[in-house]
Design a protein around this ligand. Sequence first.
Ligand code: FE
Length: 347
Amino acid sequence: MIKKAIGLSCIVLLACGSVWAQEQFVNLYSARHYPTDEALYSNFTKATGIRINRVDADDAGILARLKAEGSASPADVILLVDAARLYKGEVDGLFKPIHSKLLEDAIPAQLRAKSDAQGTAWFGFSTRARVIVYDKAKVKREDVDTYEELADPKNKGKICIRSGSHPYNLSLFGAVTQHLGEQKAESWLKGLVGNLARDPKGGDTDQVKGVGSGECQIAVSNTYYIARLMRSNDAQDKAMMDRLGVVFPNQNSWGTHVNIAGGAVARNSKNPANAVKFLEYLASAPAQNHFADGNNEWPTVRGIKVNNPALQSMSGGDDFKAETIPLSAVAAQQARVQQMLDRVGFK
Ligand code: FE
């Protein structure tokens, strides 16, 4: 009875290491906001006997909390969405470098932090592309098949996109800066702001629905939001998606911008071995398939086959061409991108 009571309070406090040393556990701070992830966590516990104590918060909240908790932090594993946030955690010294041959072999170099003798700060476990959605009745596909065209005067007054300083956009604009150079990237941003149909508001789904309602004709969105609408049980969502086209931009040049959801080990982890075990589990075939089938993301581990009709129909059935520049370099642009956004008045 007493043991049970302690167990319950441990779940709440995440501070049971010394009380219950014999039980294996890992304390997870997660910013993944996808309901289908429950199965991912319970399968890990089934396979390893390691219990997961989970704290859900948004990315910024997790990073702030780690900073505030300092060396007293109970966190072992950190899951964040977007390379810009993982990079921020790395630069702020919140992660403990990981040494895992399994992860280094499984995950392509451009989808993780730089690996060196110290180890690797973070790994990407799933990818999402940032693509263009358009109203098929009003917009020609060839007018939106590159990111560059989002800034073209021909698309004036047509575009919906979420806040420029949201990490998904900071990363996209960081990639554009890597590809075009700072000067061209800034005039591109200026053109994009000039083409907006309305002031940025809401998340990616709201931009897609903006095209659906006719408020705009072109939107920028991460792929999993689009797949979710395509697979929705709501007849209205389905009907809307039938009227919309999806373009994977820049297939004839540098490729579509791709971002990651990824993981790291907390700097002050008291269970680093279990933390690495959990991250290695995320690279296993069942976990990778979960990302694809459960949350409509692409696996990062080489050789995993995707079986997701929405993802397949969206990308034309085949593998699309994704950009190959390292995400760590893209994420490193975010401070510069924010300055450009301020100068061009992109809220
Ligand atoms: Fe998201």
